[in-house]
Design a protein. Sequence first.
Length: 125
Amino acid sequence: MKRPFWSSLILLAGISILTASNATAADTIYQYDGSSPLLGDVTGYTKTELTLKRGASDVKIPANEIERVRWDGEPPQLNIARNQEQNGNYAAALEEYKKAEGSASPNLKKSLQFMVARATARSAK
């Protein structure tokens, strides 16, 4: 039996949408100036800058302009941990940060190490 043209077209559109939704997964860079977050894939970083691949181009962002990075695949409870740290509940924040380290990507693990160090230092004050 021959498949109707419209059903093939709908199937193709559905596949395109699924492919596009997977392609939108990205790291998100928030800057201190309050501009719109930058989406892309972090391809590298140093003490002084972060390189973000956006489409076909690489954008270098100075480290002192970055407020925070939200990594692709970041667990939702990490937002709760950040809020706990901001509110001065360092023990709870540290507990959540350490839980998140187990299943984290390499980039997220490095960020979590920094978050743990920062929360530990703040709790010592």
